[in-house]
Design a protein around this ligand. Structure first.
Ligand code: NDP
Length: 283
């Protein structure tokens, strides 16, 4: 049987480390950390995500401020709120829950956030810094995957890594992070020819394709490590990933389950970014 990479356990460990840091920052340096969370409209999935993020903040001792704006909020109104929060010294991090309603231009909203408070790591300045190996906030899901691999005792350096998916929030930053860890990296996408041939080269296969159970054992080399980023509900209402877990688990050496794999790591790394933002903001 493969090693089950336990994201719940690793994320709990990280949260407890951060909780201790937050307490020390408060008690020893009088630093308090505050995340402003903005949600536009009331998409039920977004409401759940925002709720989980606020709960996680409370757990480690970070304050959170909620801005629940109506669906018809204009681009200008949203930008103006972000600018206001950029100026507020007590707000150390800003998160705008995506997706935004169709009439709002996401890129402009992301650019409006002060890069020093960009705890999602989506601002072009954060992405650019990652690209050239400078310090900056890193997109939470790929950062979480690196932590998962490292804390599960999986060596990255020198490994052949294949990522299926090239989104700005997962695939691309994942490629840059694996490269930074000295892996040899290939990024596949919907126009890739002979996908199976490429994925079967991977020692570490990261799947962020957004298609339920697309990756079956034919895509996986015997003994590979398989990281499943996808989250879907199957016909029976149960959560599943982009990887067909039952089919793939017997052929790989380690695999992340869904739920309980990559998902919990995303929030843990958001908290990590919040703490870093708090420290940097109050120096
Ligand atoms: P996107 O839809 O933005 O990107 C999907 C990528 O997969 C694209 O690059 C697309 O290629 C590629 N792709 C689609 N179909 C194929 C195919 N048949 N063969 C090869 N490549 C294909 O998704 P995200 O990156 O945002 O998310 C991916 C998954 O991860 C989703 O299930 C999402 O719900 C989940 N997710 C989970 C998170 C977590 O915390 N666990 C966080 C973020 C996302 P192209 O670029 O050519 O269109």
């Amino acid at each position: 049987m493969p090693q089950i990479i336990d994201g719940k356990m690793v994320s709990a460990m990280i949260k407890d480390e951060l909780k201790a840091q937050v307490t020390a920052l408060k008690n020893e340096q009088g630093i308090s950390i505050c995340l402003a969370v903005i949600q536009v409209g009331n998409d039920p999935a977004s409401t759940v995500y925002v709720g989980n993020k606020k709960k996680a903040c409370a757990y480690i001792g970070i304050d959170s401020l909620s801005y629940e704006l109506p669906e018809e909020t204009t681009q200008a109104e949203l930008v103006s709120l972000i600018r206001e929060l950029n100026q507020k010294e007590e707000v150390t991090g800003i998160l705008v829950q995506l997706p935004l309603p169709d009439h709002i231009e996401e890129d402009e909203i992301i650019r409006a956030i002060d890069p020093q408070k960009d705890v999602d790591g989506f601002h072009p300045q954060s992405v650019g810094a990652l690209c050239i190996g400078q310090p900056g906030f890193i997109s939470c899901t790929p950062a979480g995957i690196i932590q998962l691999l490292k804390r599960s005792g999986i060596t990255i350096a020198g490994k052949e890594c294949v990522i299926v998916g090239r989104s700005n929030i997962v695939g691309k930053p994942m490629a840059l992070l694996l490269l930074r860890e000295n892996a040899t990296v290939t990024v596949a996408h919907s126009k890739t020819v002979n996908l199976q041939e490429i994925t079967r080269r991977a020692d570490i296969l990261v799947v962020a394709v957004g298609r339920p159970r697309m990756i079956t054992r034919e895509y996986v080399k015997e003994g590979a490590v398989v990281i499943d980023v996808g989250i879907h509900r199957n016909e029976a209402g149960k959560l599943c990933g982009d990887v067909d877990y039952e089919d793939v688990a017997p052929v790989c050496s380690a695999i992340t389950p869904v739920p309980g794999g990559v998902g919990p790591m995303t929030i843990a790394m958001l908290l990590y970014n919040c703490v870093e933002a708090g420290k940097a903001g109050r120096r």
